[in-house]
Design a protein around this ligand. Structure first.
Ligand SMILES: Nc1ncnc2c1ncn2[C@@H]1O[C@H](COP(=O)(O)OP(=O)(O)OP(=O)(O)O)[C@@H](O)[C@H]1O
Length: 897
């Protein structure tokens, strides 16, 4: 425990809210996690593991902590216990009982009451005659659920509520976890991610995950382990030379391996002589653990006993790795040919490689210090078998046995690793290929009977390149690039880099291998990718899918105008719900996304792992406002800015959306609803939702809403007033259209009729509130609002639209638009010179005295000009033709809105 105290370094522990069983190989999980900056808001201190959580009313009683092998689960629980025992933390706890599943496995067949189980492991409680545990605050720690061999059947196990009732250990455990037994007790269970789903949903209060060391914590660790600043600096700069090593160092146990090797080799070697690859480092590790006969510079000789044991351990490692087994019991060892009597020889010689983990009841379990050590030994074994006995253990055809075909070990290994759906042979492959490098062959001197020639490596490189060109998924190819790098072949990467820098790289004609090289280059770049802009590479779905691993490392993804389809949305959704995703901003605007695609995307947006703060959705969500509402109101939602402009949400959509806005979980600060066809009713929903949840919203963009609002604020059904129409204007039967005609119309005389050269007509409807209407037109035309009292006879100027103080007019010709009131042309800051619009919108607000004109042809609508005045009587829509501008057939039609 003193050692643990000294070496213990804070690890990054994060609340994840839900557990996700990642089927990816642990190395891929760590690679993914290490590439991504963790989310500080999710980090917690191990001391606070049972502290109340914000947003949770109930106290935290049951915690599940996941983490890959060697990430420090056991050490963390031990540290928690130590701190408590030394009165450093959590002093409110009266009793703390740490168990490991490994110990409990042995009691599988036995029956205990909970009291007896406690007394079995902690006899002091018996001596102290403590039996009524309900009176105390208890914490049970169960470490290593992944090692459990207990049939934890939560559905069918009988219910036990009495601490004195006897039952099998698994029944006691399921009842403790379900809260039936000692409901007031607190529980902490740790497990590797793959076994987390043994605990049913809802039976734990909080799920946390250990993400390992971040960069600062790595440095801390090496300082504690090596205690020599100069050495620590050398180690840190050494690790930074290789992304692969840096990734591995997120796992504390790998830091330990690294430190063990580097402490030793840095004593005698200069920087350029340090291990170049992970494989070389692991060979060094094995050497340090072995007993050497003699030392002759760098050429170390392997002792005969260690040779034999390495082979035996390698056999065990390889055979169990193929089955995915990482913890071995005595029977597994016997099966792999390790004599039980000599086990102590192995654990004695390779103490830091092969560990015996004996529980209290003498049940022996064995494991390699870390999965990577097992993978390395397995690769070494396969390599030695091939080199020394021509046996290709990876060729399952068995032809090699009959010498019918010369098999190639590396080809079989590459293909086997590619076949694995979750990359579980990735690291094994890297080790295996790298073992045949001349530097490593030299180190293996003594274990090998013959040497590999470089021809084999050239052949392997060619084989890998062929595979890269066969259209594999990018994820699979990344490991192959690591292999090429280890084999000292940088040609593909260099070629692609050169084409990139010379601008010769045409995305449209990239070969699959070049795509993969591009991804590898972007991922290996020192610079952090903050913004991923797909258009920079190619605005296509193919590019999106190929570059996905790069997108996953970015905080902002711009995917607008990229022709993405449903397939991309499905993929995007899984990015958003991936556990370590760090995406904060997503721009999907202007993609033709189908409805079903939106549904798919929303499952990602609702995921508790989604940390998106800004979403620009383009024309996506029109039919999914309810989904949108539920996204913004999920407890885990981090959305701060939502832009759904130009979606036809309409009032009903806004009504649905408002239920989300009203929810106290909604923390939106900016909402953009420009051009969403919202009317006054929609605004009412918004207003009421925002006043119910007023603390967050800072900016509400309702551009272009007012127009639509007024369309229905007062449902205008405008009608032309035949009594006012000039005789050269033909008014349609429905009173909606007026056309200039040569032939005078037989309209009767009327006091309100325009005459002479004032080819004009008014509408019947007087506007006294707020109103909006639109007209379509052909040919030059004057669109105006006018008092009814505008003169009909006498001086022409008094009758003409725009030439007196009775009306406010837009004169629209092929040359552009001008605005007139009282003979004055208004200076318009925006000179409208493009083509004549064929649809004009007019907004009149009587009380504020405004008349605004819009070009309603353009999308978004363009504001042209606003008159400001003070109305003294209702105004009437009015239209005019003529004044040298007119042409026969000019027409104006009132639009239905
Ligand atoms: N926080 C830490 N500080 C320093 N060293 C650590 C820390 N965590 C882990 N280690 C090192 O890593 C080794 C393995 O850690 P531990 O057994 O806790 O991992 P684990 O997550 O329980 O792994 P497994 O799932 O394989 O049981 C420790 O023996 C120690 O050398």
């Amino acid at each position: 425990t003193k050692f643990q105290e000294e070496i213990y370094t804070e690890v990054y522990l994060a609340v994840t809210e839900s557990r996700e069983v990642s089927m990816q190989h642990e190395i891929r999980q760590v690679e993914a996690a290490s590439r991504k900056t963790t989310r500080p808001e999710k980090a917690i201190k191990y001391k606070d593991i049972f502290k109340d959580r914000p947003g949770r009313d109930e106290p935290v009683k049951k915690v599940l902590t996941t983490g890959v092998s060697g990430i420090g689960k056991t050490l963390l629980t031990e540290k928690f216990c130590l701190d408590w025992a030394d009165d450093r933390a959590n002093q409110d706890i009266h009793f703390l009982f740490p168990f490991t599943f490994r110990e409990l496995n042995v009691l599988k067949e036995k029956k205990f009451s909970l009291i007896e189980l406690i007394q079995h492991f902690f006899p002091e409680t018996k001596d102290a005659e403590i039996s009524n545990f309900e009176e105390y605050r208890l914490v049970f720690v169960f470490d290593g659920l992944d090692e459990s061999r207990l049939p934890l059947d939560f559905r069918t196990n009988k219910i036990v509520t009495d601490v004195t009732e006897t039952a099998s250990v698994d029944v006691l455990l399921t009842n403790l976890i379900k809260g039936k037994l000692l409901p007031s007790a607190r529980l902490w269970i740790t497990t590797r991610p793959t076994a987390a789903n043994q605990i049913p949903d809802g039976s734990v209060d909080v799920v946390t995950e250990i993400l390992g060391f971040n960069d600062a914590q790595k440095l801390d660790y090496f300082k504690k382990k090596c205690k020599d600043d100069q050495l620590v600096n050398r180690i840190m700069s050494y690790i930074k030379t290789s992304p692969a090593l840096n990734t591995m160092c997120h796992i504390p146990v790998c830091c330990w391996i690294m430190a063990t090797v580097l402490e030793e080799v840095m004593k005698t070697r200069e920087e350029e002589e340090l291990p170049k690859t992970l494989t070389e480092l692991y060979i060094n590790f094995l050497q340090i653990q072995s007993i050497f006969n003699n030392r002759n510079g760098l050429e170390l000789e392997w002792s005969a006993p260690s040779k034999e044991k390495i082979l035996n351990l390698g056999k065990l490692a390889f055979e169990q790795l193929q089955k995915g087994i990482l913890i071995f019991y005595e029977s597994d060892l016997t099966k792999s040919g390790i004599n039980l009597k000599s086990v102590s020889l192995y654990t004695g010689m390779f103490t830091d490689i092969f560990k015996e983990e004996t529980g209290q009841n003498q049940d022996k379990a064995f494991r390699f210090t870390h999965l990577s050590v097992q993978e390395f030994l397995a690769a070494l074994y396969v390599h030695l078998k091939f080199m020394n006995s021509d046996v290709n253990l990876l060729d399952e055809s068995g032809y090699w046995m009959l010498s019918m075909r010369k098999t190639n070990l590396h080809h079989s290994a590459v293909d086997k690793a590619l076949q694995s759906p979750n990359g579980h042979l990735d690291l094994f492959l890297r080790f295996l290929l790298c073992l045949s490098l001349p530097t490593n062959q030299k180190l293996l001197n003594g274990l090998l009977q013959k040497k590999n020639n470089s021809q084999t490596n050239q052949d392997t490189i060619k084989f890998i390149k062929d595979r890269l060109d066969s259209g594999l998924s990018t994820e699979k190819t990344i490991n192959l690039f690591h292999c090429l790098k280890d084999l000292n072949d940088h040609s593909l990467v260099e070629e692609t880099k050169q084409s990139m820098s010379s601008g010769r790289l045409s995305m449209e004609s990239l070969s699959p291998a070049q795509w993969s090289a591009l991804v590898f280059i972007l991922l290996s770049s020192e610079e952090e990718m903050d913004m991923f802009d797909l258009k920079k590479y190619s605005a296509s779905e193919q590019a999106f899918l190929r570059l996905l691993p790069v997108l996953e490392t970015a905080k902002r993804a711009l995917l607008g105008f990229c022709n993405l389809s449903k397939r991309s949305l499905e993929v995007m959704s899984s990015v958003l719900s991936a556990q370590y995703n760090i995406l904060k901003e997503l721009d999907l605007s202007n993609n033709e996304l189908q409805d079903s695609g939106v549904k798919l995307l929303s499952s990602g947006l609702e995921s508790p792992h989604c940390s998106l703060e800004i979403l620009r959705s383009g024309v996506t969500f029109s039919l999914h406002c309810e989904t949108l509402a539920s996204i913004i109101s999920t407890q885990s939602s981090c959305l701060k800015e939502l832009d759904v402009s130009n979606n036809e949400l309409k009032d009903s959509g806004v009504e649905s959306l408002s239920t989300g806005l009203r929810n106290s979980n909604c923390t939106l600060e900016i909402l953009r609803l420009s051009g969403c066809q919202i009317t006054v009713n929609g605004c009412k929903y918004l207003a009421s939702a925002l006043s119910a949840n007023p603390n967050h919203m800072k900016e509400l963009d309702l551009k272009r809403i007012q127009l639509k609002l007024l369309k229905t604020d007062k449902m205008l059904s405008l009608e032309l007033d035949l009594n006012t129409a000039h005789r050269n204007l033909k008014v349609s039967d429905d009173r909606k259209t007026v056309t200039v005609v040569r032939e005078e119309q037989p309209y009767p005389d009327h006091l309100e009729r325009f005459e002479h050269c004032c080819w004009q007509v008014l509408c019947k409807n007087g506007l006294a509130g707020r109103s909006y209407w639109e007209v379509e037109m052909k040919g030059p035309v004057i669109i105006a609002v006018s008092y009814k009292r505008i003169s009909r006879r006498g001086n022409t100027a008094d009758c003409r639209l725009g030439w007196n103080d009775q009306c406010w007019s837009l004169v629209c010709t092929e040359k552009g638009c001008s605005f007139w009131h009282n003979k004055e042309e208004k200076t318009v800051s925006f000179y409208y010179s493009s083509l004549m619009p064929n649809r004009i919108g007019v907004y009149v607000d009587y009380s504020t005295g405004t008349v605004s004109f819009y070009n309603a042809t353009s999308n978004p609508m363009l504001h042209l000009y606003t008159f400001h005045t003070k109305f003294t009587a209702p105004v009437y829509p009015a239209f005019g033709f003529g004044f040298g501008l007119w042409s026969y057939d000019s027409t104006v039609s009132l639009c239905d809105l």
